[in-house]
Design a protein around this ligand. Structure first.
Ligand code: GRF
Length: 190
């Protein structure tokens, strides 16, 4: 199961990986918090079930969290991958899927957590940043790190250029880490 908010290029990489016969996971559904997220169209074009849960359509954040936990249960995934999902997960989702919730982040955590990781790394003037795949806990990008890969910051980089270079690395890191996670913890995963 993949959750996303945006372009969905990481989700696309995961879907392409699952096309290989020897990849140990498949994607059972794709969910988003924005109806216009292009990643949803990609999932639909592959015939995958999709759902959209907007926070604004719920009385409060706790109700949205419970609804999301309900959607996840309905699709019964073994693992939930947040691939550019720009919302913090709440206690209902953490209770249902804690330890099986993965997130990918465009920085070398614990450096530069939060929604502006690439911008923050550029502003700090670090010579390298990178990508991290980690377990989700109640904090902001604070869960156990599963895998990381460094990416150099190059002269002339702006946020868009650096983020694109990170995402090239991040796509491969995510597909590899999901594969090793499900192989280690599960007998195949959805
Ligand atoms: C990724 O860098 C992810 O880590 C971040 O947003 C980006 C999503 O990219 N939170 P895409 O929508 O999959 O192309």
């Amino acid at each position: 199961m993949v959750l996303l908010s945006g372009t969905g290029s990481l989700c696309a990489a995961l879907l392409e990986a699952t096309d290989a016969a020897d990849y140990p996971a498949e994607v059972v559904a794709v969910g988003a918090d924005r109806p216009a997220a292009p990643g949803l169209a990609l999932a639909r074009s592959r015939g995958l079930p999709t759902f959209v849960l907007r926070v604004a359509d719920h009385p409060d954040r706790a109700a949205w969290d419970r609804a999301l936990a309900g959607e996840l249960r309905a699709h019964a995934p073994d693992v939930v991958v947040c691939a550019g999902f720009m919302k913090l997960l709440g206690p209902a989702v953490l209770a249902a899927y804690g330890g099986r919730l993965l997130n990918t982040h465009p920085a070398l955590l614990p450096a530069f957590p939060g929604a502006h990781a690439v911008r923050d790394a550029l502003a700090a003037g670090v010579p390298e940043t990178g990508a991290t795949v980690h377990l989700v806990d109640a904090g902001v990008d604070t869960g156990q790190v599963l895998a990381q890969r460094a990416v150099p910051v190059l002269p002339g980089d702006d946020e868009a250029r650096l983020h694109e270079r990170i995402k090239t690395v991040e796509r491969r890191l995510l597909t590899e880490t999901v594969a090793s996670f499900v192989t280690a913890d599960h007998d195949g995963a959805r």
